[in-house]
Every structure is written in structure tokens, then in C-alpha cells.
Ligand binder design. Structure first.
Ligand SMILES: Cc1ncc(C[n+]2csc(CCOP(=O)(O)OP(=O)(O)O)c2C)c(N)n1
Ligand SMILES: [Mg+2]
Length: 748
């Protein structure tokens, strides 16, 4: 016998040898009886789960077989983790599950048939366009029918979403995708448990529990003692997971099917009954290395590898079944071979299936956009607000409708629009740091909790990862989350929840799952009284390159309302992930040209004009100044105000210009941009983000791509962080630089 295993052949031989060496069957237990004394797992269920375990093992062997002749593209397997079949058995099929990449036996156990499961998984392995969840875009366990939500390869990043989903499932609301008694299950690895996202999720789960907020969440740690080559210190997982306040901890041997089932059923029962979070820790083993290409002999002793082999969960279940008299060793081998042949047959069938063959096919489900549906959604919302919702609306606004008052600031306008949004959509939730009781650092969300209650408008713990995780889960569950990130600089430590999670969900599920959201972020520079980089961050590069993400930056109050309504309607109708970046320095700005002119304020448009004043995603706004024919200034955000002021002075000098407010930084309004630029032949880009990686680069590229042949110049912020106090003016774009840039262009 071999000392250690590195190949599928070794593992296969080991299994056959170990099963053949099992003692003769014990007295036969009835299938309805416990598979062994003291367990709640019946013999019949154990046999079913054993099939799932065998299928999972053979899927690993088939993946490596496909890889051996370059037809398979994924070999991270589940061998040694097959005990997770018992987790599926301990849950209801309607419980949403977010799975670790080694939870194949869970997937097989929940599938309608082993053939279905094998086909789904192997289609993923060969990147078949027929793969039912990701359509060949990714190898992932997912299925809308099976309530398995696809996860990404970024370990632990699904856990904040799982918290958010449990949070949402526990709240009463008609739009829920999952039943009110559902619990959310998420599996993850031992090394993953150390990741910031995992610790954020564990902490948030405990925080909610401590705050007496229901969270039906079962976290399951599949602990094989290794993260690729790095061993998890002995006892660390048990110590760490068992000491999370508010999260109940239990543990079982993950190689023992019946023991795992008992522990999982008990933990799931607790979570379902109590609506409280729990973590189940399952020590298990990893067989055949991390992935196909991993030679674990390079970093593990043969003793350690052999020790793991001796705990092979398949042999363990075989022993349980033989001792229960349900199978003889020969019957185990026969079943193993039968399932092996079935899986191999499916592998042969799928390897010739078509792959994704065009950009259009690939990006189809990335971020579907139906502008007419969005416009229609806004009309419907307006019709309700004018008609049946009118009385509630009047009441929400304390008897004083915003359209009947005077002109509003940007902050007041956003507040009124959010009020209208929460009125229009009972599934809309608004949350973040300080948004509820305080009403936001800048007062933008003032009175919203008073108006809508703490079920819909609430303060969260101070953790951006959790805030976005709540949005991810709530959106998945059918709600319309409106999370707030307090400052743009603080998005970054949680950014992957947008990039890796939010923006990929529709892509990796072919649209079967979506996580609509409108993330409000206060940002950009020019705050007079509150300086320093972190409150004046002027970089949006990390947002602009996320495929499919909508990035809106309102400048004028009159634009902010329709743009926010468009984001909300797009999220509701198309499942869009929208970021609504609010320029802090303009929140309370009143004047444009002169002190006291109130020119920056706008009246609030009531629902009668929401339809006619609709602003589609990706449409710019042009302000003609003077004859509007000498120069085009392309800008956004604070740049709009600066540019309008400069344009007014240029008009006094006899130069007419058109100031283009992009309004949408992603997707850029390319057609409007090229048209307005070509109208004058001279383009001055006024970009308050940095010269390198800033919006201006994208604007120039869009002009070139669109065939613009005139002259162009760019005024942008320095490649610097923002210093405190008046020094900030040296790195930010100012009116003098804009004026100089304009004169240089006009001189051409
Ligand atoms: C955030 C992140 N960092 C690094 C990786 C690369 N990586 C993939 S799997 C893995 C180890 C994970 O170990 P563990 O959580 O114990 O799961 P196991 O593979 O052992 O089941 C690493 C480092 C990743 N996928 N995600
Ligand atoms: Mg591990």
C-alpha cells in the first residue's frame, strides 16, 4: 500500500482496500431505524447521503480526468469534506445556502438526482455554456431551484451577505424570496475563518444577537486544518469560533456522517426555533491536496498525509453502513463503481458542449438594462403618489409637501426624495452609520426614522463590510436596500463587497439571483470647515472600473432628485447595483455666482412631473452660457459649480461656452459628450478627481473613441492625497486653473 496520496488513482485504490478490509456486516437494522445507536440519522437517509458522498468523490476524480486532457478547467475538489452532505440533510430544501467550494456533497445531497448534480457540476468544470447557474462563466455551486446562492472564489466574502440574508429573512415583508421560517446556511474553510470578511460576519452576527435582533444564520466551518499549504494552528479554530459572543458554538467530527448529521440537525433546529446565529465546527480532512496542480508532499509530511487518509469520510460512512448491516463491503464497492460510471458518463457527455462564444453572450446577464421599464416604473410610482398614496405622502411630510415649499438645498432634496422612495416602495430599507437617530452626519437623512420607523430606517454597527453585506442579503431576498457609506474614503476597506459580491451576482447566476441596491456615499472634496483626506477623498477609480455598476454624481439639487429616482427604479426593475455619490461640499450650498443669490437651490418637483423630468442613466445635462459656441467644458460634481462660475466670467469677456454636467460617471454619457464637444471643437475637461486614474482619462478616451477631432485640455486634481486646511487648494482644481485652461484653448 502507498504511504501517501497525490493522485486520484491512489485515493481510489486506498478506498477499495480499506472497504474490502472492513469486517463482515453486523445485524441488519431496518432502514427506518437509526443507522447506529444514539443517532437520529436513519439507515435509509444514511444510504442516500452515502450516494451523495460517493458522487462528490467521483466528481473530483472526473474533474482531474477532464483536466488530464485539457477539457477541464477546475480541479479544486471536495475529497475529505464529503461529510457536508449531512448539513444539506439537516436543513430544509427551501433554506438558502451559500457554499464553500468544497461543499460538493452538500450540493449532491440537495439535488433532485445524482445525475442532475453531476451534470451541473461537470458542466461547470468544462465551462459549458449550458451550465445552469453561471452558464460557463465560473465553476460554482449554485442553483435557483435548489436555493443555493452562488459564491465567488474570494474566500469568506459570502459571509457578510449571509448575515444580511438572515437579517432580511427574519423580518416580516411581502416581497421575501424565502419563507419566513427559513434559516440561512453558509459553509466556509478553516483558513477563511481568519479573513476580515469572515470575522466581520461573525462579529456582526454576535452584535445583532446582543442587540436582540433576530438572525437565523447557521455558519458551518469545514475545518481541514490547512489553507493551501499553511496549517491552521492546533485548537485555534475551536478557540476562536467558540469565543464569539452571541454566536452559539458546537462541534462534531466532520468525517463521521451520523455524528455530523446529529450536530447539524441540532444546530439547525436551534437556529430555526430561536432565530439566533450559531456556528458548527467540523474538523475534517483534505485529500488529494488543495487542487489538481498542488503537490502537497512539498509541504506536508507523509505521516500527516497518511493520518488524513485514515480518516477518509467515505470509508467512515461505509463502515457505519456495514456495521448497520445495510451494506456488505462488496456492495459498498459495487455502489461506488456504479456511481463512478454514472459520473464518468456525464463527464463524457458534457465535455463536447459549446462554450461561451461572444462578448455579447458573456456580458448578457452582467447588468441588464431596460431603460423603458425604468421610465415606466417611475411613472407608476408617480401615479401612486398622486393617487392612492397622496394622503400618506402628505402625512409623511408632516402636512407640508416639499414641492409646495421654497427651493431646496441638495441635502434637503435628497431627504425629500428618500422620503418619497420609502413611501413608494415598502421593501425599501435605509441604513448605515448615524443615519437614523442623528439623521446623518450632514442631516441628509433627518426625520426618516421618525417617518418610517426603526424597522425600515436604522443605524448599523460601525463596519462598512457589514453595511454592504446587509444590502447584499436584503437585495437578494427581494428588498430594495439603500445603504449609506458615511465617507467615500471608508468605502475602500469594504469595497470588495461591491466589486466581488454585488457586481458579480447576476453575472455568475445568469440573472437567476440579483442584489439590487442604491449605495449612497458622501464624498468628494472642497469642504470648507472639515478638512483632511478622509473627509475629502476625491477618487472614484475603484468604482468606475466595476463592470455594470452605475455611478451617479449629482451636482444640482434639481438633478439629484430625478437621478436618485432613476437609480432606485433601475435597482427595482433591473436589479442594478447603483452608487449615488453625493458631493458633501454641495449639500448645503445655496449660492452660485454671488453671495445670497440662492442660485444653487432648486424647487422640489412633485410627482406630477416625475415622469416628464425623468433622467435616464447615462444622459448628461448641458448649460449653455452666452452664445455657447466657443468652448465646451465637461465636468461633474463640484466642477459644475466652479465651471459655471468661470463660464459666466468668460461670457463677460465675450466667449460663449456650454458646461456639460456628466451626471453619470459610469456608464459615461458618451454620446452626449461627443455631441457637445463637437459643437464647439474645443473641450476643457474639469475633473476634480486625480489626474492619474481620474474621470478625465475616461472622458478623453470616450472623446477619442467617439471620433472627436477638435482640441482638448484637462484640468485635474494633483496626484496627491488631500491635506488639511487651506493647503488643500494647492492640489484641488480651482477657478483660476479652469480660467487659464479655457483661455489656452480659446487661443487655439
Ligand atoms: C481573499 C482570498 N485570498 C486568497 C485566496 C486564495 N486561496 C484560495 S483557497 C485558499 C485557502 C483557503 O483555505 P480554507 O479556508 O481552509 O479552505 P480549504 O481550501 O482548506 O477548504 C487561498 C489562500 C482567495 N481565494 N481569497
Ligand atoms: Mg482548510
Amino acid at each position: 500500500m502507498l504511504n501517501f496520496v497525490t493522485t486520484p488513482q491512489n485515493l481510489d485504490e486506498r478506498f477499495r482496500d480499506a472497504v474490502t478490509a472492513l469486517p463482515a456486516p453486523g445485524t441488519r437494522r431496518a432502514p427506518g431505524d437509526a443507522v447506529r445507536d444514539g443517532s437520529t440519522l436513519t439507515g435509509a437517509r444514511a444510504l442516500e447521503l452515502f450516494d451523495a458522498q460517493l458522487a462528490s468523490r467521483h466528481l473530483d476524480l472526473a474533474a482531474r480526468w477532464l483536466r488530464s486532457f485539457n477539457e477541464g478547467f477546475y480541479t479544486i475538489g471536495s475529497s475529505g469534506h464529503e461529510g457536508n452532505a449531512a448539513i444539506a440533510a439537516a436543513l430544509l430544501p427551501t433554506d438558502p445556502a451559500l457554499l464553500h467550494y468544497r461543499s460538493a456533497a452538500f450540493f449532491c445531497a440537495r439535488a433532485k438526482s445524482l445525475a442532475d448534480a453531476a451534470r451541473d457540476v461537470l458542466r461547470g468544470v468544462v465551462a459549458s455554456a449550458h451550465e445552469p447557474i453561471a452558464g460557463g462563466r465560473h465553476k460554482v455551486f449554485g442553483s435557483a431551484d435548489l436555493n443555493i446562492v452562488p459564491t465567488t472564489s474570494t474566500i469568506g466574502s459570502h459571509l457578510p451577505r449571509a448575515v444580511g440574508l438572515a437579517f432580511s429573512v427574519a423580518r416580516a415583508h411581502a416581497a421575501h424570496r424565502w419563507p419566513a421560517d427559513a434559516i440561512v446556511a453558509a459553509t466556509f474553510g478553516d483558513a477563511s475563518a481568519n479573513h476580515a470578511t469572515a470575522t466581520a460576519a461573525l462579529n456582526a452576527a454576535g452584535w445583532f444577537e446582543h442587540s436582540d435582533i433576530r438572525l437565523p444564520l447557521l455558519l458551518v466551518c469545514e475545518d481541514n486544518g490547512l489553507g493551501v499549504s499553511v496549517p491552521t494552528p492546533d485548537g485555534w479554530l475551536a478557540a476562536m469560533l467558540s469565543s464569539r459572543p452571541g454566536v452559539r458554538y458546537t462541534s462534531a467530527d466532520g468525517c463521521d456522517l451520523a455524528g455530523t448529521y446529529d450536530a447539524a440537525a441540532e444546530a439547525a433546529g436551534y437556529v430555526r426555533r430561536e432565530r439566533r446565529p450559531a456556528v458548527l465546527h467540523l474538523p475534517m480532512v483534505r485529500l488529494m491536496g488543495h487542487a489538481g496542480a498542488d503537490a502537497e508532499v512539498a509541504y506536508r509530511t507523509t505521516e500527516a498525509i497518511t493520518r488524513d487518509l485514515e480518516r477518509d469520510p467515505l470509508v467512515h460512512t461505509a463502515r457505519t453502513l456495514v456495521e448497520a448491516g445495510l451494506f456488505s463491503p462488496e456492495e459498498v464497492i459495487t455502489r461506488y463503481d456504479e456511481i463512478g460510471w454514472q459520473v464518468r458518463k456525464v463527464a463524457e457527455e458534457v465535455l463536447g458542449e459549446p462554450k461561451l462564444a461572444s462578448v455579447a453572450q458573456i456580458v448578457g446577464p452582467l447588468a441588464p438594462r431596460r431603460p423603458l421599464r425604468v421610465a415606466h416604473e417611475i411613472t407608476e410610482v408617480a401615479t401612486r403618489a398622486i393617487g392612492p398614496g397622496a394622503a400618506t405622502r402628505l402625512q409623511a411630510f408632516d402636512g407640508k409637501l416639499p414641492e409646495q415649499g421654497g427651493p431646496l438645498t441638495l441635502a434637503q432634496t435628497i431627504n425629500a426624495t428618500l422620503t418619497d422612495a420609502l413611501l413608494a416602495n415598502p421593501g425599501a430599507l435605509l441604513f448605515g452609520e448615524d443615519v437614523a437617530r442623528k439623521g446623518g452626519v450632514y442631516g441628509v437623512t433627518k426625520k426618516l426614522q421618525e417617518r418610517f420607523g426603526s424597522e425600515r430606517v436604522f443605524d448599523t454597527l460601525l463596519d462598512e463590510t457589514t453595511i454592504l453585506g446587509l444590502a447584499l442579503g436584503a437585495g437578494l431576498d427581494g428588498m430594495l436596500p439603500i445603504p449609506e457609506i458615511q465617507y467615500l474614503a471608508y468605502l475602500h476597506n469594504a469595497e470588495d463587497q461591491l466589486r466581488g459580491e454585488a457586481a458579480t451576482m447576476s453575472f455568475f447566476s445568469s440573472g437567476a439571483y440579483r442584489n439590487p441596491m442604491v449605495v449612497r456615499i458622501a464624498g468628494l472634496a472642497y469642504q470648507q470647515a472639515f478638512g483632511g483626506h478622509f473627509h475629502n477623498d476625491n477618487s472614484v477609480a475603484v468604482l468606475r472600473d466595476i463592470p455594470g455598476l452605475v455611478l451617479a454624481v449629482p451636482a444640482r439639487p434639481g438633478d439629484a432628485a430625478p437621478m436618485l429616482r432613476t437609480c432606485l427604479a433601475s435597482a427595482a426593475a433591473d436589479g442594478s447595483v447603483c452608487v449615488f455619490l453625493e458631493p458633501i461640499a454641495l449639500y448645503h450650498t445655496r449660492d452660485l455666482y454671488e453671495q445670497g443669490d440662492n442660485e444653487w437651490l432648486s424647487p422640489y418637483a412633485g410627482p406630477v412631473s416625475w415622469s416628464s423630468e425623468h433622467v435616464p442613466v447615462g444622459r448628461a445635462r448641458t448649460y449653455p452660457v452666452g452664445n455657447a459656441s466657443d468652448l465646451t467644458i465637461v465636468t461633474f460634481g463640484n466642477g459644475v459649480r466652479l465651471s459655471l462660475r468661470v463660464a459666466a466670467r468668460l461670457a463677460e469677456e465675450g466667449f460663449g461656452s456650454r458646461v456639460v454636467d456628466l451626471r453619470w460617471l459610469s456608464p459615461l454619457p458618451a454620446a452626449d459628450l461627443v455631441r457637445e464637444a463637437s459643437a464647439t471643437g474645443r473641450v476643457l475637461i474639469v475633473d476634480e478627481t486625480r489626474r492619474t486614474g481620474g474621470v478625465g482619462e475616461g472622458v478623453l478616451a470616450a472623446l477619442v473613441d467617439g471620433g472627436f477631432v477638435g482640441s482638448a485640455r484637462r484640468i485635474a486634481a494633483a496626484d496627491s492625497l488631500i491635506p488639511l486646511g487651506p493647503a488643500a487648494q494647492h492640489v484641488l482644481v480651482g477657478e483660476d486653473a479652469i480660467t487659464q485652461g479655457a483661455h489656452a484653448l480659446l487661443a487655439r
